[in-house]
Structure formats: structure tokens, C-alpha cells
Design a protein around this ligand. Structure first.
Ligand code: PGA
Length: 250
């Protein structure tokens, strides 16, 4: 199975020029990788740059999507609009969006809307703290059950789950997660998916890891954790660093 490596540019870089440079840098470095699916998720205004810097090895994703299809929803972007820019994936429910008020119910609507629009959701989950009582497990259980409400078994095949512990994300990360911690959650997610659907669906679901991924820890998540892929923030903005991560997955 191909490993999926997702670049989440967040609200970066500052200018179109810089965005073009990163796109060119990444497309120039990533060629002929058959075992890896590389997905770049830039901010909306930069989606068009990709049309000029095409490379069949690189796929496009967005960082968000509307719950609605069209109409009077100022500032929102529909699945159809994203499709128009050859977008194939959508990050849904990132913790930074949840911190802005996105609830599990909103994330659920966005997942359903992405699927309806033939976009593949990269559905993010993850706790803010790991407590010794295991409250974080029931937090994750709620996220999975509520966000996957009304998702059908056949739709589930198109959802990628990204485990992103908030405590391991970004510059403010408390520490890096370990491959063993990822394995624990991976098994837990599979059990939840199996309870919601069936064992075959749980076996097939792709679970990727995100949170301070870099070229030093990527191998451990891929090899020891057997992650189906990685979601990369900061290091996705530096083509050489990102390429090193893609190479490891490859
Ligand atoms: P980071 O971000 O790699 O900079 O920690 C990951 C993410 O938030 O998706």
C-alpha cells in the first residue's frame, strides 16, 4: 500500500512568490516515487499555483472546506470550487480549526460534504493531554463516533484518519510522540472503527501520524509504528526537509 505524505502549509508562506518557490522546490525534488502519494495542502489562494507547476507525483489538498454546497455563506469554499482546482484531498477537523470553534458536529458535516463532492477527507483527531487515567481515550472515542456519524461503510474506504496529538504539534509542542504511542492509538482507532462498521473496514482504514514530524523521527513512525503515512507541518515548507521525509517513506 502506498504511504501518503501530506504537507500542511497552514497560513504560510507570506507571498505568492515564496509559495511558487516551495512548489517548484518540491516538484523538482519529488520525481518517480511510486510507493508514495505526496499531497500538498496550501492556503486557498495558492491552489492555482499548482496548475502552473504540475507534476503527476504531487497531489493537491485543501486545509478546510465548507459544510454547504453553495449559496450565501460568506468566506466559505465549496467542494465543487476545490474540484475546479484539481483538489483531491481535504484536511478536516485539524486541532487548530477545532480551537477556532469547530465542533465534532461541524467536522462530521464537513466530512460528509467532502465525500459528497468526491474529495478524500484527511480526518484529524487527537487529545490535548495524555493523562494516566486514560481520559484521552474516551476523548478520542467521542471524536471518532461523533465525526463519523452517518458515514457509510463504503464511504469509510475514502477516509484517511490522521492521529495528531495536540501536545506534539507545532513550535509549542511539549514533546515528540513516540512510535509506540502511535501504535497504541492506531489499535484503539481500529477497534472503534470495527465497532462502528466491521473488522474488514477497520483493517482497511488508513491511519497516518502528524505532529512535529521531521527527517529524524519519520522512519520510526513509518517502520516501527507502521503508519500509513505522515502529516507534516513546519518541515513541509522547506523542500529539502520535506523531500527527506518523502524519501524515507518511499
Ligand atoms: P507540525 O504540524 O509538523 O509543525 O507539528 C503538524 C500539523 O499541525 O499538522
Amino acid at each position: 500500500m502506498k504511504k501518503i505524505i501530506v504537507a500542511n502549509w497552514k497560513m504560510n508562506p507570506r507571498s505568492v512568490k515564496e509559495a511558487e518557490l516551495i512548489f517548484k522546490g518540491v516538484t523538482g525534488l519529488i520525481k518517480g516515487y511510486k510507493n508514495t502519494e505526496v499531497v500538498i495542502c496550501p492556503p486557498y489562494p495558492y491552489l492555482s499555483i499548482y496548475q502552473k507547476n504540475r507534476n503527476k507525483n504531487i497531489h493537491l489538498g485543501s486545509q478546510n472546506i465548507s459544510e454547504e454546497s453553495e449559496g450565501s455563506f460568506t468566506g466559505e469554499i465549496s467542494p465543487l470550487m476545490l474540484k475546479g482546482f484539481k483538489t483531491e484531498y481535504v484536511i478536516v477537523g485539524h486541532s487548530e480549526r477545532r480551537a477556532m470553534g469547530e465542533t465534532n458536529q461541524i467536522v462530521n458535516k464537513k466530512i460528509l460534504n467532502s465525500l459528497k463532492g468526491k474529495l478524500q477527507p484527511i480526518f484529524c483527531i487527537g487529545e490535548s493531554v495524555r493523562d494516566s487515567e486514560g481520559v484521552y481515550l474516551s476523548f478520542i472515542k467521542h471524536q471518532i463516533n461523533e465525526c463519523l456519524f452517518r458515514v457509510t461503510k463504503s464511504q469509510m474506504k475514502n477516509i484517511i484518519i490522521a492521529y495528531e496529538p495536540i501536545w506534539a504539534i507545532g513550535k509549542g509542542a511539549i514533546r515528540e510522540a513516540t512510535a509506540e504511542e502511535f501504535i497504541e492509538i492506531k489499535i484503539f482507532i481500529k477497534k472503534l472503527v470495527s465497532d462502528l462498521f466491521d473488522v474488514a473496514t477497520a483493517n482497511a482504514v488508513k491511519i497516518i501520524y502528524g505532529g512535529s514530524v521531521n527527517s529524524f523521527n519519520a522512519l520510526s513512525f513509518i517502520k516501527v509504528g507502521n503508519a500509513d503515512g505522515l502529516l507534516v507541518g513546519r518541515d513541509s515548507l522547506v523542500p529539502k526537509k520535506f523531500n527527506a521525509i518523502v524519501k524515507i517513506a518511499q
